[in-house]
Structure formats: C-alpha cells, structure tokens
Design a protein around this ligand. Structure first.
Ligand SMILES: Cc1cc2nc3c(=O)[nH]c(=O)nc-3n(C[C@H](O)[C@H](O)[C@H](O)COP(=O)(O)OP(=O)(O)OC[C@H]3O[C@@H](n4cnc5c(N)ncnc54)[C@H](O)[C@@H]3O)c2cc1C
Length: 361
C-alpha cells in the first residue's frame, strides 16, 4: 500500500472537475484497505472512498484528506442448479462484469449495460435502468466496517434497497467499504422486459428474443438495444462526446404523495400548462419524472450557464463545459430553486459532492 500526495482528482471522475487530494491510495485487497484506514486513523486524516468516480463531484478546492480508491479485482462463478452465483471484487468495472455475464448466457443485469463505475458502488444507490435494478439480483454484499475494521456480510434483505437508495447511502453512509458483491443470475432464460421504451424498440427492430441465431443469448440482444438507446442520450462514457461529461442523471425522480401530486397538477394548470403531469405508481405514492420538471422550469436541453450546462441529449444530465465544480453545483442549485418555486417540489441531487461546504454560491 502506497500513500501518494497531491493527486489530481478531476481525471478520476467522469465530470472531470475538482482539485487535488492531499493524500491518495489505491487499495487492491482487503488488507490494503485495513492498512490505509489504520494509517489515516492514526493521523486523524479524513477518508473518502472512491470507485469509478461516475457519481462523484469533488470541489475545486479538492479534498484535504485521504482518497481511498477501491481496486479489488477478481470474478468467481459457482453453479447452483439453474442459477449461477457470480462474486465480483468491488474494483471490477461494472459494465465489463455485465458483458462477461451476458457472454456466459446469464440474465438479470443486461438492462444495466453501459452504466459506468465499479461493481462495489452498484449496491450503494441500487443502480438501475430500463426496468432493472441491482436489488433484483444482489445475493450478498461483503464489506469492511470502517469503525471496527472487521469484515461483515449483508444479505439482500439487510441492504434496505429502495429506488436509488440502500442502507449504505442512508443510515450507514460512510460506515462500510464494500469489497465484494455477489449476484444470483439465472441461465438461459428470456428476460422479461419491464420498460415500455425497450419493448417498443425491440418490436420496431423486429427482434424476436425467442428466435435469435444460435449462440446469441437473448440478453445480448437486449444489451445491444440498451447501449444504442443510451448512446443516443449520451448516457455511455465517450471521450469524443462532450455531452457524456456528466454524472448521469443529476436529480432523482421525486416520489410524491397523492396530495402532493394533486398540488403539482393544480400549480401546472394555474400556470396555464398544457397536457397532463406525467406520473408513475410507486407503491402508495407516485414517481414524477425530474426531467419533466426541469424542462418545464425553463432548463432545456443544451442550456448553458457559465462553465456548465445541460446535455443536448438528456435534460437531467448537467455537464461540465470547461468550468469547475462551482459552475456545475451552482447550476444544479439554480435548477433546484426554480423547480421548487414554480412547482413546490424539492429535487434531490443524485451524485455525491465532496467538499460542498467549500463551494460558494
Ligand atoms: C454517463 C453516465 C450514465 C449513468 N447512468 C446511470 C444509470 O443508468 N443508472 C444509475 O443508477 N446510475 C447511473 N450513473 C451513475 C453512476 O454510474 C452509478 O451511480 C455508479 O454505480 C457509480 O459507481 P462509481 O464506482 O463510479 O462510484 P463513485 O462515483 O466512485 O462513488 C459513488 C458513491 O459510492 C461510494 N462508493 C464507491 N465505491 C464504494 C465502495 N467500494 N464501498 C463503499 N462506498 C463506495 C462513494 O464513496 C460515493 O459515495 C451514470 C453515470 C454516468 C456518468
């Protein structure tokens, strides 16, 4: 384990903004994580855990502590009847894992193709896209307890998964470092599509999942489709596409009570808005697309403000356009304030902002 000093953080994130880390350490094993935590603990140095940096924004002033990048690798498979247990190190690349599972004719995570970042971060916000979330397939999460320095394991039920949420982002934020995630994936099944846009695109392309050429699993056809859709929205990382210089969606879709939805509809009607407010059932509440609110609040695709803007291909993706973290955060705050003033709905930010207290208005 090597502790480096004054390491630039922007290249370690997908937004490409932020200052330097006072200390930096890449950890390739549980032992190295333990050593790094002891090193920091002994010196009273704060620790921030980093994966692929695709949901993280570092302040321009940097981080005056130790950035611990989890780089634990390795993928193991164990056959369990009709299912396979796939256990991956937290530092493995998420999309590489998805691809390798599809190539082995395993299903359950194909709709999550193209999501950047590490395997270890996938349970943190219960990553999801196109009708799938990792909570449907996670069997076990292995982690390091930052306070006791002991190894612990969580079953799926113990992870408290919910829409873009888990105990690791909620009540146990910054308490555990995830070292391994185990998924339970079925073999040779035709995945059930739960996302209308995906099914429609499949139908339009004339793809029949039950009649693919030999050797082409249904999940690989779904992956191709998902990657195509994501590329059109600049939702896959592409160094040649400035609209992918983001953290993906900047805001979560608000989940509102029936009374709050009614209030939103009233406000929309009173403002002379045309058409219905879109909403989708979420247990006894309703999920309203944040993109709809952002666009109706006047922040259209391609909008620019200072050194930040909104992707021309995705209304929820704030992108960095040559400015710093301050420009990105300030645009995010402007959108939050405007949506709240216009619609009475408070948007919740999705990415983690490290050192926000050092970002002025
Ligand atoms: C273009 C683009 C598209 C995206 N599309 C989607 C999408 O469709 N769906 C979706 O859900 N997300 C999406 N995201 C967001 C992001 O890719 C995911 O949240 C991803 O899981 C983050 O992984 P990471 O390794 O980059 O996390 P990081 O940004 O490095 O970290 C995110 C958080 O997790 C913590 N963390 C990371 N690793 C560990 C670990 N091993 N143990 C403990 N804590 C850890 C960090 O401290 C931080 O709080 C997108 C992002 C981009 C840039």
């Amino acid at each position: 384990m090597e502790i480096e000093e004054d390491i630039a953080l922007a290249p370690l994130t997908t937004m490409k903004v932020g200052g330097t880390a006072r200390f930096f350490c890449g950890c390739a094993s549980e032992e190295e994580i333990g050593e790094a935590l002891e090193w920091a603990g002994g010196r009273g140095v704060r620790v921030h855990v980093l994966g692929g940096g695709s949901n993280t924004i570092f302040a321009d002033a940097g981080f005056d502590g130790l950035v611990l990048k989890v780089g634990i690798g390795g993928v193991e498979r164990q056959q369990m009847g009709e299912e396979t247990l796939v256990t991956a190190g937290a530092g493995e690349d998420w999309d590489a894992l998805v691809l390798s599972c599809i190539e082995s004719d395993l299903s359950g995570i194909e709709c999550l193709s193209g999501i950047p970042g590490s395997v270890g971060a996938s349970p943190i916000q219960n990553v999801g896209a196109y009708g799938q979330e990792v909570r449907q397939t996670v069997a076990l999460v292995r982690a390091f307890d930052r306070r006791t320095l002991l190894q612990v394991e969580f079953t799926r039920e113990e992870c408290d998964f919910a829409y873009r949420q888990s105990r690791f982002k909620g009540r146990d934020r910054d308490h555990f470092i995830i070292t391994q995630v185990q998924f339970r994936l079925p073999r040779q099944v035709i995945p059930e599509l739960r996302y209308a846009e995906l099914q429609r695109n499949l139908d339009e392309a004339g793809v029949d999942l039950s009649r693919l050429e030999p050797g082409r699993p249904a999940s690989s056809a779904i992956r191709d489709l998902v990657l195509g859709l994501r590329r059109r929205k600049s939702m896959v990382l592409d160094p040649t596409d400035p609209n992918s210089r983001s953290v993906g969606s900047f805001f979560l879709n608000p989940v509102l009570s029936p009374a709050e939805v009614e209030q939103l509809r009233d406000r929309w009607r009173q403002a002379g808005g045309e058409g219905e407010v879109p909403s989708y059932p979420e247990r006894d509440r309703a999920r309203v697309p944040a993109a709809w609110l952002v666009e109706r609040a006047g922040f259209h695709k391609g909008f620019r403000r200072g050194g930040a803007g909104i992707s021309v291909n995705h209304a929820l993706a704030i992108i960095s356009c040559g400015g710093g973290a301050k420009d990105v955060i300030s645009l995010g705050r402007k959108i939050e304030e405007t949506v709240e003033r216009k619609f009475g709905v408070r948007l919740e930010r999705e990415p983690v902002v490290v050192g926000e207290e050092r970002i002025g208005r």
